[in-house]
Design a protein around this ligand. Sequence first.
Ligand SMILES: [Zn+2]
Length: 69
Amino acid sequence: MGKQEAPVKPDVCTAESCKKTSARFGFCNDHFEEFKFGLVKKDGKKAADYEKKLEQFILFKKKSAQKVA
Ligand SMILES: [Zn+2]
């Protein structure tokens, strides 16, 4: 045990192909919401049922946007 695969900088969002600054738990604000919803895993990779969850996530966001109006 010498080499560990963790070259990700702690101050950048963990999510794949995201270069935003991390705000919470190593994610930027957008990806933290996705992480909370289970779309993105702790290691920044998409969940297996990402597309299914993404639909629910979009619906959820629409609903909460309507509540404000
Ligand atoms: Zn991000």
